[in-house]
Each structure stands twice: as structure tokens, then as C-alpha cells.
Design a protein around this ligand. Sequence first.
Ligand code: GRF
Length: 184
Amino acid sequence: MAKKIAVFASGNGSNFQVIAEQFPVAFVFADHRDAYVLERAKNLGVKSYAFELKEFDCKEDYEAAIIDLLSKHAIDLVVLAGYMKIVGPTLLSAYEGRIINIHPAYLPEFPGAHGIEDAWQAGVDQSGVTIHWVDSGVDTGQVIKQVRVPRLADDTIETFEARIHENEYQLYPQVLESLGVGRK
Ligand code: GRF
């Protein structure tokens, strides 16, 4: 049976949009009520949920609410796409091996929240995009697939960043398909 996916995002949601145009997405979850990804979901007719960590007593309760959503929708695979929180032990113990993440660098190079800027500042002549399983570390889980992305001589950080994102938009659908997620 086709795998059911949920996408988690915190802000813009361009990766979500690319995924939702090609695959059925059961719902999108945003950890900010004003995240632009919610607008995109509305326009694409994808169900969305949003709540914030600060609305709960602790991260355990916040993640328990997320687990409720995932089980209610019988989600097989959680697709993190710009979800800016570390997955905590509560969610991880319920879904480890069923959560993937996209990172805008060639891991283990440049982990963390600023993968593109860090690579740019380091003056690399290539960076990349990585999709990996989520474990308890920050961008440390087993790599599923990664691609190299060049930094060209006449790049600005904006053109470099745009090239990274273009590669993300190619790679995530390929990986979802390889993991058995059926296209629309
Ligand atoms: C992407 O670059 C992704 O790799 C990183 O956060 C960014 C999210 O962008 N984890 P968007 O919200 O999908 O536009």
C-alpha cells in the first residue's frame, strides 16, 4: 500500500509545495501559526495543523500532540522540510526510522541551521544537498541520498542559495519515490 506522508515545516514551505504538487500529502504541520507554508497548503488544498511549543507546558506534551496527529492520520513517513526544531525523544521514540529531513549542505559538512551561509562563508567551491534519516543528533542521521552543488566563480550568495534550493526540489521527490511514496 502507498505510504502516507505528513510534511513538517516552520516557515516558507517551498519544499512542501514541490512535494505536494507531486505526491498526496495527508497534512502539513507548522510549528508557527503565521508560517507562510500554511498559506501554500490552503492554496493547494492540503490539510494543515499549526501549534507552537510555547503553548504547551513542555516539549514532551507538544510532541505528544504531534504524535496524536500522526496516528490519527496513520502516517507512515514524516517528511521534515524546513522544520526548524530538533526532534525530541518523545517523537523520536515513537517514529524513529520513519522521519526524514532535508539539509542544504553535503553532510557531514556544515550541519546546523545555517548550512548555506556557513558553506558560503567557508569559501567552498562546492556544497550540496542531503536527505537523511532523523536521529537524536543535529543533522547526524544516516544519509539516504546527497548531491553536490557547485559554487560558481560569479555566484552571489543569492545565486548560490537558489542553486541549492533547485537541487532540493529535484532530490526530495526522487527520494520519496525511492522510499515507496506513490506519486499523485
Ligand atoms: C531548506 O533549505 C531546507 O533544506 C532547510 O530549510 C529550508 C526550507 O526551505 N532545512 P522551505 O521552507 O522549504 O522553502
